[in-house]
Design a protein around this ligand. Structure first.
Ligand SMILES: Nc1nc2c(ncn2[C@@H]2O[C@H](COP(=O)(O)OP(=O)(O)OP(=O)(O)O)[C@@H](O)[C@H]2O)c(=O)[nH]1
Length: 305
């Protein structure tokens, strides 16, 4: 919560100032109503609406990065709040009928606020479409956040198993090929040791972005564990999967990741392997994939032994 106030202090200060100004204007021009004249239903309706609007504003500011769309949403909600706030003030403060500005103060911000809110929501919708297109390679069919890794944030091992079971059934029904590629960083523990765990985290995040950029729209990238990633490739045969594995390996070797502290370039390497589904279930296919990776990880002399 403190970061919310820090990040949006100008907007929140402006809202507080406007609400106070409205209150002071009413107090200066009107008289407090006796308790007997309070209409509780109106107070609850109008005051409750104003409060709810503040909750919406808090949620929007907390869940969005600062920027143009957030400004439209905040300004829109701020104006709607102000309108309801002034409306609620009428319930406590009696303004003479001859005064007209209080009606303007109450009514004018509402339509303006709703227009800005609509504009902000429209752009938020477009943002969301772009994010969803990007997310397609990370999560498919449903969102089950329990199954997602917090760091990258890709589907984790359980999510991969679930998706693999569904994709295998589909591939069998459609008589289509399905393959898996595994990507495992070489000597990743040395990065943790030499540059710290936080730098290791940044490497995993950079690697995630890199892999996503190199995948097709229908592919699904998951983080199996630690520095090990698996790509599920629907409609993909053995040769194509092997080619993609090589491309991913080359992409990792060309990644110019710089450390956060001194900007040193880290030379990353990855081992990759691929398998095509035959008559396997999810479990045995993943076992074959891990075996293929273990084999690829072996130094050449061990292979020939
Ligand atoms: N920074 C960071 N490290 C992690 C995370 N999860 C696992 N690790 C570390 O990843 C390392 C994985 O070690 P290994 O499986 O030996 O992998 P490696 O060092 O790349 O060795 P090879 O795969 O044999 O080349 C361990 O040191 C774990 O502590 C994580 O989320 N963040």
């Amino acid at each position: 919560m403190p970061s919310l106030f820090k990040l949006h202090r100008l907007k929140l200060a402006g809202l507080l100032l406007a609400a106070n100004l409205g209150l002071l204007l009413h107090l200066a021009a009107g008289e407090l109503k006796p308790l007997a004249q309070w209409v509780w239903l109106d107070i609850l309706g109008e005051g409750g609406s104003a409060l709810l609007c503040l909750v919406w504003l808090g949620l929007v500011l907390k869940s969005r990065p600062a920027g143009r769309v957030t400004n439209f949403l905040a300004l829109g909600l701020g104006l709607v709040f102000f309108s309801w706030w002034v409306d609620a003030l009428d319930e406590f403060i009696q303004i003479a009928d001859a005064i007209g500005w209080d009606n303007w103060l109450e009514s004018a911000p509402m339509p303006l606020g709703l227009v800005l809110l609509t504009f902000g929501l429209y752009h938020w919708h477009h943002e969301q479409l772009a994010i969803s297109a990007q997310m397609e390679k990370r999560e498919r069919l449903f969102r089950e956040h329990r199954l997602f890794d917090k760091l990258t944030p890709l589907g984790a091992a359980d999510y991969l198993r679930l998706q693999l079971e569904q994709s295998l059934a589909l591939a069998r029904a459609e008589q289509q090929a399905l393959s898996l590629v595994i990507v495992d960083l070489d000597d990743f523990s040395a990065i943790n040791r030499l540059y710290g765990h936080a730098e290791g985290d940044r490497v995993l995040q950079a690697l995630t972005q890199l892999l996503l950029l190199n995948l097709r729209r229908q592919d699904l990238l998951c983080r199996l564990a630690g520095d090990r990633f698996v790509v599920l490739l629907p409609h993909t045969g053995e040769r194509q999967a092997r080619q993609l594995a090589e491309e991913l390996q080359a992409a990792v070797a060309h990644l110019a990741h710089k450390t956060g502290q001194h900007g040193e370039r880290l030379q990353l390497r990855a081992t990759t392997a691929s398998v095509m589904a035959l008559q396997d279930d999810a479990q045995s296919l993943l076992q074959r994939l891990n075996l293929a990776l273990a084999k690829a990880k072996q130094p050449p002399y061990a292979c020939s032994a």
